[in-house]
Each structure stands twice: as structure tokens, then as C-alpha cells.
Design a protein around this ligand. Structure first.
Ligand code: SAM
Length: 200
């Protein structure tokens, strides 16, 4: 199942690279070495979520003007921009790739949102200093990332925070809802969790 999803993601990424190479990244850093000297493959994969699927994700989280929506690995920032423009929320987008940050600035113009509404940051989404402020967090990230982030989700987020993940879920958290949603080209699986009160 997991490998089927990865295949779907990889196929989508490759199609995307083929269709619009300038904005897609499937990078390899062959100069990097592991501790044992073997080269490591550093993958930065960019596949945008179609707008109809973004809308479904924001609807699942019941985003309102009172929300602060984070998108960890924000790509071109479309989720942040739509949260701001269509739902009146504030949002924060984090991406590690400078090319995506440029895309985000273009998206902010396209969606006509301001820096007061959408805060775009370049950096590692596993090291977000103020993640506790989020009331909603969106993800379209590979399983390795979800696994690494999971402990922070459990420790740092406040009760009531909603999380929505596209195609890849947290390995140990049982979703409150799982939705199969038909996008323009394929079925997307969307998962939602709400952070519970911590037991004393
Ligand atoms: C599949 S794209 C999703 C883009 C966007 N969230 C969407 O759904 O349209 C994943 C994005 O995560 C970024 N990314 C990968 N690892 C990251 C990390 N550790 N920190 C921040 N961004 C990362 C990539 O550069 C890429 O833009």
C-alpha cells in the first residue's frame, strides 16, 4: 500500500517534471557522503496539490478567519494563499528550497494576498520554532518526514489543532477521518487528525 502510494507520488512527480521542468525539482546531491563514505541521494520532491484538493483539505479542517494555518513543505504556497484569500485565515508556509520561495512570492501576487496574511519562510520544516502557534497544519510530505515530525506533533501542538495530510500519513497516529477525494487526474487520500487534550 505504502509502496503503491510512493509509486503514485513518484509517477506524478516525474510527469510534473516532464510537463513543467523549470518549476519541478527532483534533485540529487551526489557529492554528499554518508558517514561510511557512500554517496547519499538528497531528494527534494515538489508536486503541487491541485486547487480542488487544497479546497477539500481546508474544508476538512474547517478553516476560519480565526485560524493560523501552517503548510510544512509549502511548495509554491498555494495552500497558504488559498487559506488567506478564501477563508480569511492567517498562514505560514515553510519550504527548504529557495526556488519554491520564489514561487511563493509569485503566488502571493497571483492570489492577491499580502505579507500580513501569508508569512513565507525558507527553512527546514522539521525545525519550526513557533509550531505551537498553529491551529491547523497541512502536509504533503514523504513518509520519512511524517515519521520524523510525529514526536513534535504529540509534544508541541495544543489541543484542538487540526492536521490534514495528503496521501502520506503519520505512521502511529490513527486518523479521525480518511477521505478518498477525486482530483482532476486521480484519487487523493486525505487524512485528518485533531490533537486531543493531554492526559495527566
Ligand atoms: C510534495 S511538495 C508539496 C507542496 C505543497 N505543500 C502542496 O501541497 O502543493 C513538498 C515540498 O516540501 C519541500 N520540502 C521537502 N523537505 C522539506 C523540509 N525538510 N523542510 C521544508 N520543506 C521541505 C519541498 O521543497 C517541496 O516543495
Amino acid at each position: 500500500m505504502r509502496s503503491a502510494r510512493l509509486l503514485k507520488f513518484a509517477t506524478t512527480a516525474l510527469c510534473f517534471v516532464a510537463i513543467s521542468a523549470p518549476t519541478a525539482v527532483w534533485g540529487q546531491d551526489k557529492d554528499k557522503k554518508k558517514d561510511d563514505g557512500d554517496p547519499v541521494e538528497c531528494r527534494i520532491i515538489y508536486v503541487p496539490t491541485p486547487e480542488t484538493v487544497v479546497k477539500k483539505m481546508l474544508d476538512m479542517a474547517k478553516v476560519t478567519k480565526d485560524d493560523l494555518v501552517y503548510d510544512l513543505g509549502c511548495g509554491d504556497g498555494r495552500i497558504c494563499c488559498m487559506a488567506a484569500r478564501d477563508y480569511g485565515a492567517k498562514s505560514v508556509g515553510v519550504d527548504i528550497d529557495p526556488a519554491r520561495i520564489k514561487d511563493c512570492l509569485e503566488s502571493m501576487k497571483k492570489y492577491k494576498v499580502t505579507k500580513d496574511q501569508v508569512d513565507i519562510r525558507q527553512g527546514d520544516a522539521l525545525k519550526v520554532k513557533d509550531l505551537e502557534r498553529a491551529t491547523v497544519i497541512m502536509f504533503y510530505m514523504l513518509p520519512e518526514f511524517m515519521e520524523k515530525l510525529e514526536p513534535q506533533v504529540l509534544k508541541r501542538l495544543k489541543p484542538g489543532t487540526r492536521l490534514v495530510a495528503h496521501d502520506f500519513k503519520f505512521p502511529n497516529l490513527i486518523p479521525d477521518a480518511t477521505v478518498e477525494f477525486k482530483g482532476p487526474e486521480r484519487e487523493h487520500t486525505l487524512y485528518m487528525w485533531t490533537i486531543k487534550e493531554k492526559k495527566e
